[in-house]
Design a protein around this ligand. Structure first.
Ligand SMILES: [Zn+2]
Length: 437
């Protein structure tokens, strides 16, 4: 049975015995390219889904697309493009990224703007229940004092804080629009658009009639987004609607928070031009999903070597083996079932690699079997290794080696020149010597 840390209860909890698992992940807001911080979150959930499927659960998985939001409207003003053309462009790029990252496709990937009617219906019901009210500005706000334990998910118990004005804390469900140039929809409360938190709440209530087993997103979404989603959904259904709130830690780049202004903003599309997606998956799986991690080039390069090592070992020991080592599998399952401890699961694989009392072929089969569960070693091993070599032995590097070899030969150091010739040959570069003048 798999246990996952629940942000709401602050405990590690069982996923349950139900063979059908509902998962909702907050997707991207489509106003810009996605970066590798987004990739971390999506890769972790993808690996979790692969693992839960391996355990023979049926998965119903929804990941939304936020295609109306303040950030999108601002970008539309700045670029002079319509909201629709802007969001269409970035949805296309997002889908290219997810394909290149080898992510399992969701059962549904709804766009928020398709659900405006559902959002209006949701808000009307909250007004009927006297949980929502019309503010002075014409927006419809959610009254957080009407929700019995607002702030518990994010550890902000609002009712205990003093001097908080209602208007500051209550959040907008519907934003009234007075600017005709801005995008808007008709509603019983005038022209306007939904608040971001209402978008997800309406989509969740539409797709999951009973409940969501896992609701996910980055830790930056806990407050206010998930707190506000939860307040709306539970106010409507009068019951708990998410079993486990699971959140992914932040990704920093070279010790700094990723930001365009810091020049450490790595986009998925740029990253994958230079690197196979599995390197990124492997790198992320080496850390606990709920911890903040630091991307350092030096660490990434060393993790790449470890993955290549696994590829090479399996490539050199191909066989028709089918025997699964039950003790190893048990240890691997134990790691993943204990709050999805992927670094521990990978440690089990490397422990197996070092094991001396079993045949190489049996080892290779079991390593590949376990890696495949995590979405690793999925590529043709010959191709993967040769591509890695090509990238390592790029032209400047090869030229440098040829130069060193030339000097070695001039100094009659044939031992070194021969070693370099052999290395280059191993990676597909044949050196032919002419007489030295
Ligand atoms: Zn959401």
């Amino acid at each position: 049975m798999i246990k996952i840390y629940n942000t709401l209860t602050k405990k590690t909890e069982n996923l349950g015995k139900n063979s059908n698992i509902n998962i909702y992940i907050c997707g991207v807001t489509v106003y810009d390219y996605s970066h590798i911080g987004h990739a971390r979150s999506f890769i972790i959930y993808d690996t979790l889904i692969r693992y839960i499927r391996y355990l023979k659960y049926n998965i119903f998985f929804v990941r939304n697309i936020t295609d109306i939001d303040d950030k999108i409207i601002n970008k539309s003003f700045l670029t002079g493009k319509t909201v629709k053309s802007l969001t269409q462009k970035f949805i296309k790029f997002f889908r290219e990224d997810t394909k290149k990252l080898n992510l399992i496709e969701p059962s549904f990937e709804p766009k928020a703007t398709i659900f405006i009617k559902d959002m209006i219906f949701l808000i009307s019901n909250l007004i009927k229940k006297e949980i929502a009210y019309i503010s002075k500005t014409g927006d419809i706000n959610f009254s957080i004092n009407k929700f019995y334990n607002y702030g518990v998910l994010s550890n902000r118990i609002i009712s205990k804080q003093k001097n908080i004005k209602k208007e500051i804390i209550d959040f907008a469900l519907w934003k009234r629009n007075f600017n005709v140039k801005e995008i808007y929809w008709n509603s019983p409360w005038g022209n306007g658009r939904p608040g971001w938190h209402t978008e997800c709440a309406a989509m969740i209530l539409y797709y999951f009639k009973k409940n969501v087993h896992i609701h996910g997103g980055g830790q930056d979404l806990i407050f206010p987004h998930h707190e506000n989603e939860r307040a709306q959904c539970e106010s409507i259904t009068d019951k708990k609607f998410v079993n486990i709130w699971m959140h992914i830690g932040q990704l920093n780049i070279e010790e700094k928070k990723m930001a365009k202004s810091s020049n450490n903003h790595i986009l998925i599309k740029d990253f994958l031009k230079k690197n196979n997606e599995e390197y990124l998956r492997f790198f992320f799986l080496l850390s606990n999903y709920n911890k903040s991690i630091n991307y350092k080039n030096i660490n990434f390069e060393s993790s790449k070597k470890s993955l290549v090592k696994l590829y090479k070992f399996c490539n050199n020991n191909k066989s028709n083996e089918t025997n699964i080592l039950s003790n190893v599998l048990k240890e691997f399952n134990h790691a993943l079932s204990t709050n999805f401890n992927t670094p521990k699961a990978i440690a089990v694989i490397f422990k197996l690699l070092k094991k001396k009392d079993i045949s190489l072929k049996l080892k290779a089969f079991n390593i590949k079997y376990l890696c495949n569960i995590l979405g690793l070693l999925k590529h043709d091993s010959n191709l993967f290794i040769s591509e890695n070599n090509k990238k390592f032995f790029n032209i400047p590097r090869v030229n440098k080696l040829i130069k060193i070899r030339y000097i070695a030969r001039k100094n009659y150091n044939f031992n070194l020149s021969d070693r370099i010739r052999k290395i280059l040959m191993k990676f597909g570069f044949y050196v032919e010597d002419k007489k030295i003048n």
